[in-house]
Design a protein around this ligand. Structure first.
Ligand SMILES: Nc1ncnc2c1ncn2[C@@H]1O[C@H](COP(=O)(O)OP(=O)(O)OP(=O)(O)O)[C@@H](O)[C@H]1O
Length: 313
């Protein structure tokens, strides 16, 4: 797939002196869904804002569909739709008029057939004559998406599409994104949630303190960080891991009272049932078991450590 967005050595230092981005480079392929993951203040919104022409970079370049966002911003901007974090809608205007108005702002000729298609695909057609203030939070977010799609952009930016929404709405948003993917829209979304990035994205980019730590296919990244840890508490302490269980990757705690077993949470078979069976067969009594999955915090810490090690090398 050809790259629809090309980012080269992008930097941004705000007048306050804050370096929000430093030397970010990456390509985004047409039709791809990319999630930008990072803690508060990492630089995600700054990156999106630069690509959308809302913030001027202090260094580097961005091309959208081959158009430089500095020299040729009008052509670049036409290819982009942006769904902002904050919901800001004209409360007394109807859904259809709101979307019509946005299309007009882009200088596009009226095309109600296309707007009907968008509103239907976002399950908003039945609400087309409702004032936006009468809509639920989830519907309002979908109106923002309809507005962003009104001029047929090739690339859609979703800035924290599920910030502050409940679990049901979050899943609804995931389905909307899946529908847009089927229509071939390239999507770049920002999120704080590893789970959300995993559910929607083909690739995940991790940003921290303005630096792009990595961009990797989601399945690959989750395979590496989706590890789970099983702790098996024993009734009586062991001197060593029994020979019958050697080679299974079990680690005995220094006090001999628990065994740790790391496994891949995504694998079809975790091997836990067999392991517990083998422990019983070896005459080892188990008092309790507990599992935990690596959290986003740990993923970041481990990525940061890797990045620092590379810097030092
Ligand atoms: N207009 C601005 N002027 C000065 N500093 C800014 C401005 N906008 C953002 N920053 C700073 O730049 C850094 C990156 O902010 P940015 O909003 O891009 O992060 P983010 O990853 O989107 O964070 P969040 O997840 O909280 O939305 C932060 O330190 C922020 O305080």
């Amino acid at each position: 797939m050809p790259a629809i967005i090309e980012i080269e050595s992008l930097s941004k230092q705000y007048n306050s002196g804050t370096t929000a981005l430093s030397d970010v480079s990456m390509n985004i392929a047409e039709g791809e869904i990319l999630a930008l993951l990072g803690p508060n203040g990492a630089g995600k919104t700054t990156l999106i804002s630069i690509i959308c022409g809302l913030v001027v970079p202090t260094g580097g370049s961005v091309r959208v569909g081959g158009h430089d966002i500095g020299r040729d911003w009008r052509a670049a901007r036409r290819l982009i739709g942006l769904v902002p974090q904050e919901i800001a809608l004209e409360p007394f205007e109807t859904v259809l008029n709101t979307v019509r108005f946005t299309r007009g702002l882009y200088g596009e000729a009226p095309d109600d057939a296309y707007l009907e298609q968008i509103l239907r695909s976002l399950s908003l057609w039945d609400k087309r004559d409702a004032a936006t203030r009468e809509l639920s939070g989830g519907m309002k977010r979908r109106v923002l998406i309809a507005k962003a799609l009104s001029h047929r952009p090739k690339v859609l930016f979703l800035d924290e599409p599920t910030a502050g929404v409940d679990v049901a709405l979050r899943r609804e948003m995931w389905q909307v994104v899946e529908g847009l993917r089927r229509d071939g829209v390239t999507i770049i979304l920002t999120t704080h949630y590893l789970e959300e990035a995993e559910a929607m994205a083909d690739r995940i980019g991790v940003i921290d303190k303005g630096r792009l730590l990595l961009v990797r296919p989601t399945a690959e990244l989750m395979g590496e960080f989706g590890k789970k840890e099983l702790t098996i508490e024993l009734s009586t302490p062991l001197e060593a891991v029994p020979a019958a269980l050697a080679g299974r990757g079990l680690v005995l705690a220094p006090d001999g009272l628990s065994l740790r077993y790391d496994y891949d949470a995504r694998a079809e078979r975790s091997g836990i049932a067999r392991l517990l069976g083998d422990l019983a067969a070896a005459g080892i009594a188990v008092r309790d078991v507990a599992t935990r999955q690596s959290s986003l915090e740990e993923v970041f810490i481990s990525l940061l450590q890797d990045a620092r090690t590379e810097d030092a090398a």
